[in-house]
Ligand binder design. Sequence first.
Ligand code: FNR
Length: 180
Amino acid sequence: MTRIFGLSGSLRRKSFNAALLKAASEEMPGGASLEIGSIADVPLYNADLEADGVPAAVLDLRARIEAADGLLLSTPEYNNGIPGVFKNALDWVGSGPGAAVFKGKPVAVIGASPGGFGTIMAQTHWLQVLRALQARQYHEGRLMVSGVRKLVDDAGEVVDAETRGRLATFLEGFVDWTRG
Ligand code: FNR
């Protein structure tokens, strides 16, 4: 079994990126699973706080990323970049001894936006962050979901068959690649 750990970069109750991640858990290929975590309890990074003891939410994320065969990030885009809350969480996880959990870790980035570009700038922003973390980045497929308002229903289900199909293809490629 290939175990992927997934995080959405939005804290919003009706987040489209959380909806995309939930759909990903339903579209995983055979022999693979997606466990979804949360960044909601990660405080703002503060080196003083870290010196006093790394918060439990950060230790938990570190352990779950370390245990996973791959990491899937579902990123919103704010002002053409990664939302601060998402980067903050990954900054915390990768700080100090946490750097080891990212080194060589297979990571893929997907994202959804109501606009026309489907988080292309935020996904590009992740390239440099994941390079700094020395992660192994998946580049053999891309998934940018634009115009997402029409593709997700009120209950947070991705109801568009074409989007689900693209997601399934992306996940198949990512899972295969993590195994290779
Ligand atoms: C946005 N949004 C946005 N969308 C986009 O495609 N490019 C962008 O640069 C921005 N910038 C931006 C800045 C700020 C401060 C906010 C709050 C929003 C819109 C954004 O894609 C939209 O709110 C999504 O719904 C956010 O993702 P979740 O919360 O639905 O997962």
